[in-house]
Design a protein around this ligand. Sequence first.
Ligand code: ATP
Ligand code: MG
Length: 600
Amino acid sequence: MGGGDGTSKGDTVPRFQRIAMLRRSSEILNVGGTVMSAAEPNHAPAPAERPLDFIRQIVADAVAAGQHGGRVQTRFPPEPNGYLHIGHAKSICLNFGIAKEFGGKCNLRFDDTNPTTEETEYVESIQDDVRWLGFQWDGLFYASDYFEQLYLWAEKLIELGLAYVDSQTSEEISQQRGTPQIPGTHSPFRDRSVAENLDLFRRMRKGEFPDGAHVLRAKIDMASPNFLLRDPLLYRIKKAHHHRTGDTWCIYPMYDYAHGQSDSIEQVTHSVCTLEFDAHRPLYDWCIEKLGIFPSRQHEFARLNLTYTVMSKRKLLELVQAKLVSGWDDPRMPTICGLRRRGYTPEAIRAFCGEIGITKYNGLTDMVVLENALRSDLNKKAERRMAVLKPIKVVIENYDADLTEQLDAVNNPEDAEAGTRQVPFSREIYIEQDDFMEEPPKGYFRLSPGKEVRLRWAYFIKCTSVVKDEAGQITEIRATYDPATRGGDSPDGRKVKATIHWVSANHSIPAEVRLYDHLCKIEDLSQVPDGEDWKNQLNPASLTVLSEAQLEPSLSTFADGRPVQFERLGYFVADKDAEPGKLVFNRSVTLKDAWAKAKK
Ligand code: ATP
Ligand code: MG
């Protein structure tokens, strides 16, 4: 489309990636020292052309060295305490991607060791999301399947003199932790006999003690510079109902004890996780080594953080519970189901995960990178249609009131096979209120009194006058059309500077259209000082509902959820909230990055 004022023409999007370092202080991780270039306009090579990332290189080296007979086994290990978000998609693409690329296998394992926060609803949604992203697991497992084995191994650690039952309160235990400079102090129960430890641990299992009465701790080194090795907790008493094991257990293993052993049971060769587990690796290795079980190895990569949103199940749950969003699948949420409802495609999310790559440095990825991945996917796939979001009526005075013409329109200029359709045209049409100005400033080329524009796929029209109500508000625009310009060109070579979209008032269908903006006002939520409610940073303008939109009639066939481009306005998808006679469309993404423009 033409459009001298830059309001049209939006299919090609400059692709760039901006990664700013997160300067988060971290006790256990020395990240943030390296700064990656802030603005890097580039055409990132397709993942296949890139050198292997460091995790894949580790796997490739292991395979080349014939480790485990060249076998590769990974796993994606979500805790079923919430819905998956786009950060998890990065981990899913990595774990399943490695398995596929190296002829290996990838399990889906629910790390369900914390009964109070886990639910079957989450287990199901996680499976749906992984499948929707295009992956199929080889084995489906639960850490809770391993409770008996994990318990027996804990007894073994006791028998080896490597674990003991501590009967102090959690406050006492944490007071003895020490500081980075000062070693911790030994628990008075550290030297209990094996027999006493075994007896107490068995009675813990039987339910003889209340919550908090005892814990099982590994006996490692209270002076270790790594706090996680200062006699970490392995088991705690928790008389809680578990979503799978019910009331069978009242002691539950801690994450650090369960995770490595579960990997080992599944003979996972490469256990990849996010950087914050770096300090946990020595404990992971310690358990495996002392138990003499399959030597799974852990490797850490940088988690995904995205600008203007939150990436933590706990915080997302807060939004859901406080009803600040309509649910886990609110289209503003960075959850997989929210993105799906927003109109994201699995292809776009996978392309995004490939593009951002895998590194060892925690950074902040610009939301624009995700949006661009969707734009490039939908540009190829989405048919074009016309929709007027904020309509104002135009009466074409010299057009026959009884006539309706069917005009040919191209469905997708990027895809010849998408063919053409017919769009009805008649005397009364709607255009966008924004496409008309009674007193236009210099450089405004859309419709105004005495000015001529092209109606997409139709004719040139010229505004002759406006009709106003008593308050002086324009209620209707009057225009004339030039019959010789049918199809959009003038035989006399006359040019117009703008092409605008429209729908025929008598044929259009009403709809509600929902426009979205960033969930948060600030780029980097980690900058919110401790003690301040991060929810104060929510963007109050993240949702705009336009309930008077008018759609080209053929848009009724998009109720099935196929993506569609509303010309000049962005990519859209029908929402499940539709009612008979009222379609609802979500804007998935604009055609261009409006924020980048605004910031310049
Ligand atoms: P959250 O903090 O959002 O609750 P989590 O790490 O507790 O996330 P898990 O269910 O334990 O969530 O995560 C499953 C896997 O996904 C883990 O291996 C974890 O490292 C990975 N993961 C979680 N968040 C991200 C992220 N933002 N980027 C990349 N991987 C992630
Ligand atoms: Mg977790």
